[in-house]
Ligand binder design. Structure first.
Ligand code: RFL
Ligand code: PHB
Length: 385
């Protein structure tokens, strides 16, 4: 088989890249190890920043987002005894949208613009530093396949083979805590997200819809979700989120999913080797506290699709040559913001850290300059920043 761009991975980065390339008249084929159902039902990110919404809307993927997603003006930041609302629209003119990654994924599949081969195994990238790269794989019936392309886009997340095909250096930070993620069939107890710092650990009240809540608790690394029966989850959320504080109440409900997410920052540089370009989690991981993972994947493929379209359609390689540097500017900004939000809000067990965190929280909730800095980063910078 032959195509212009061979894409590894049908997550949001891979499917959106295929969609954007198709709009520019560039052909692509996507190879994905998992089944279509599995990919579409993974519970992951929930917040789209301003420029992600703009881009999805511009390219014809915004109908359901605008009908079923929820626009939020800002978030609440709190610590014991205090809750403050940061209004991003007042501060920066930009809002964010609650719309799950699963929904973005469904919209991309429904658009039908990507040609995807699901359930492939043994994906191996070959000759990526030459003008004739190709991928070999085994399809679901056990037949060997070969896909030749002008360019390979590695959109295969943090466990895929692409990042290992780039002789590069990486920067990494692990954190001494994880998140227990909870999905519950209960109306959210808040109109906008609550990020809570508490001596017991961080908690986040997010949501997926008017009837589904998404909640997170900071837990030690290596935690088994079995250690957290439902009653313990709700009791701890009530404590950390301040049930009873100023009359606010957390309403519990049936929990439908519980899973533990480790927290990591990881940046691979450069994001290109020869004719292999990395995008999304294949190149970088951020801890979820800044809600940046999905948005960075979208920003990467916005840049990459322009670069590849100019290269393959107009023989102009300028944007392809600057892709890695251009993408990494935003990647490092979001890496810093995600690290900063994480270290400001999680309990480290160190009393000096706790005092610095409190001072920082007071500053971002009382100074317009502090609040604007958080708002600008959270609601998101322009694509191409
Ligand atoms: P994805 O979504 O991981 O997609 C990569 C795709 O590549 C496939 N793949 C392969 N395909 C072919 N051959 C191979 N050898 C392959 N190896 C892997 C995989 O099956 C998969 O379909 O990466 P992408 O597209 O870059 O998108 C990035 C986002 O998914 C990611 O940044 C966010 O979801 C991160 N993230 C979260 N971000 C948030 O902002 N808030 C969250 O609550 C949140 N929860 C999460 C998350 C990431 C998670 N992962 C990756 C472990 C929860 C989890 C569990
Ligand atoms: C989510 O809704 O899953 C979510 C929201 C905000 C975050 C992380 C996750 O910072």
């Amino acid at each position: 088989m032959k195509t212009e761009v061979a894409i590894v991975g049908a997550g949001p980065a891979g499917l959106l890249l295929a969609h954007l390339l198709a709009r520019g008249g560039v052909s692509s084929v996507v190879l994905e190890t998992r089944s279509q159902d599995y990919v579409a039902s993974r519970i992951r990110a929930g917040i789209l920043e301003h420029s992600s919404v703009e881009l999805l809307t511009e390219v014809g993927l915004g109908d359901r987002l605008h009908a079923e997603g929820h626009e939020h003006r800002g978030v609440y930041l709190q610590w014991p005894g205090e809750r403050h609302h940061l209004d991003f629209v007042d501060l920066t003119g930009r809002s964010v949208w609650v719309y799950g990654q699963t929904e973005v994924q469904k919209d991309l599949v429904a658009a039908g613009t990507a040609e995807v081969i699901y359930e492939v195994t043994d994906t191996v990238l070959h000759d990526v530093a030459t003008d004739a790269p190709y991928i070999t794989y085994t399809d679901k019936s056990g037949e060997s396949g070969r896909l030749d392309a002008a360019v390979i886009a590695g959109c295969d997340g943090s466990f895929g083979p692409s990042r290992h095909a780039v002789p590069a250096r990486h920067y990494e930070r692990t954190y001494p805590y994880s998140w227990l993620g909870i999905l519950a069939d209960v109306a959210p107890s808040t109109d906008e997200l609550i990020y809570a710092s508490h001596p017991n650990g961080f908690a986040l009240h997010s949501m997926r819809s008017p009837t589904v809540s998404r909640l997170y608790l900071q837990v030690p690394n290596g935690t088994d979700p079995g250690e957290w029966p439902d009653q313990r989850v709700w009791d701890e959320l009530a404590t950390r989120l301040g049930h009873g504080q100023d009359g606010w109440k957390l309403t519990p409900g049936p929990i439908t999913d519980k899973s533990v997410l480790p927290m990591r920052s990881y940046v691979q540089t450069p994001m290109r080797h020869g004719r292999l370009f990395l995008a999304g989690d294949a190149a970088h991981i951020v801890p979820p506290t800044g809600a940046k993972g999905l948005n960075l994947a979208i920003a990467d493929v916005a840049l990459l699709s322009r670069a590849l379209t100019a290269w393959l359609r107009e023989n102009n390689s300028r944007l392809a040559d600057s892709y890695s540097d251009d993408a990494l500017r935003r990647v490092w900004r979001c890496t810093h913001f995600s690290w900063w939000m994480t270290t400001m809000l999680h309990a480290s067990g160190d009393e000096f850290d706790a005092q610095l965190q409190l001072s920082q929280l007071r500053w971002v909730t009382s100074s317009e300059a502090g609040a604007t800095g958080l708002a600008e980063n959270y609601a998101g910078l322009d694509i191409g920043f």
